[in-house]
Design a protein around this ligand. Structure first.
Ligand code: FES
Ligand SMILES: [Fe+2]
Length: 358
């Protein structure tokens, strides 16, 4: 039995980067479901349960044959809609040989899956138009994280950790230990429907080394982080650096998909409006190297340690700060979406105390 996972099923989940689907099938657990993803000869993306109906071998160990996927064990062959189209050395296909197919759509360089019983509305796929704009350049990254997807989402919405956990990379220098915090911070948080908008503006701040490179200035800058969260846990973040010698913008889209209760997939299109020639600094490889320093070097180890600690301590309650307003608001909105649908509210949404920070 696949693990039981409480998740909203009437939203789209990102299952893969488009560039991951090539000549071989890709097996991946998504929202607790073992799934095989592949691309047909015509270029369409497809998703099936990762199980052959003959003797239950994973189809992700099979091979692509034109528009179909052939099991690597005895050769049962399946179309993108889950129909069994061929059994070697046999005429006819027995009833029950078809397997489950999922709705899969490729958009904005990502492969999206729909698990709901209702009609899949492709207009509800999160929009990332900046990834394809001519005056920007996008790099696609992906991480596996051994933590509940809410912990990673909370990390990305919790911009106040940036100056501490990332003090040596993308943090602002003002909050580093032993330095004077003379920057002013402004926060603004608003809920529109089932989306949450948040702005954090730090004026006249010095930047850590990586942020200095991204900003293109080692002088003080105004740094603005504008975020929009949408369910289940996609965070569109626009990072803007501005002073009298620079004005640069980076779109970081953090798209989180649960794998199991304690593991997740994290997809991140990273779109810049500078270094478009991809020579000298900054190149796509610079983006990957520097972003990996931050995400794989700082965030993921901390979030995975947090997951292990929550398991060690059992049911413990968080003490929120004023800067946790976005996280608190998102938890409230998301818990409401689960309740409206008669679903259990996941435990990760129940750990923050009700007391509002002062
Ligand atoms: S298990 Fe797939 S063909 Fe036998
Ligand atoms: Fe971080």
């Amino acid at each position: 039995m696949s693990p039981k996972l409480d998740f909203l099923d009437d939203v789209w989940y990102c299952g893969a980067l488009g560039e991951e689907l090539g000549d071989v099938p890709l097996g991946r657990t998504i929202c607790g479901q073992p799934i095989v993803l592949f691309r047909t000869a015509a270029g369409a993306v497809a998703a099936l349960e990762d199980r052959c109906s003959h003797r239950q071998a994973p189809l992700s160990l099979g091979r692509l044959t034109g528009d179909t996927l052939q099991c690597g064990y005895h050769g049962f062959t399946f179309a993108a809609n889950g129909t069994c189209t061929h059994i070697p050395r046999q005429r006819g296909i027995p009833g029950g040989a078809a397997i489950k197919a999922y709705t899969a759509v490729e958009r904005w360089g990502l492969v999206w899956l729909w698990f709901g019983a209702g009609a899949a509305d492709i207009d509800r796929i999160p929009a990332l138009p900046w990834t394809t704009e001519a005056d920007r350049r996008c790099v696609y990254m992906r991480y596996e994280v051994a933590a509940n997807f809410q912990l990673m989402a909370d990390n990305l919405m919790d911009v106040s950790h940036t100056d501490f956990l990332h003090a040596t990379t993308i943090g602002s220098k003002t909050a580093a230990p032993g330095t004077e915090d003379d920057a002013t911070i402004e926060l603004d948080c608003r809920v529109v429907g089932d989306r949450v908008h948040f702005v954090r503006r730090v004026r006249d701040t010095l930047l850590g080394p990586v942020a200095t490179l991204w900003a293109g200035s080692d002088k003080r800058v105004d740094r603005t982080n504008t975020l929009m969260w949408e369910p289940p846990n996609t965070i569109h973040s626009v990072l803007e650096f501005r002073n009298d010698e620079t004005h640069r913008t980076i779109h970081l889209d953090h798209i989180m998909t649960p794998a199991t209760e304690t593991t997740m997939h994290y997809f991140m299109p990273w779109t810049r409006d500078f270094g478009l020639e991809n020579v000298d600094y900054m190149t796509d490889d610079d983006v990957r190297r520097e972003q990996n320093l931050v995400i794989a070097g700082d965030d993921i180890p901390m979030v995975e340690a947090q997951q292990r600690n929550i398991e060690r301590f059992g049911h413990v309650m968080d003490v929120p700060t004023q800067q946790d307003r976005l996280v608190l608001t998102v938890h409230r909105v998301l818990a409401g979406l689960f309740r409206e649908r008669g679903l259990n509210v996941p435990s990760e949404l129940q750990r923050i105390g009700r007391a509002a920070p002062g």
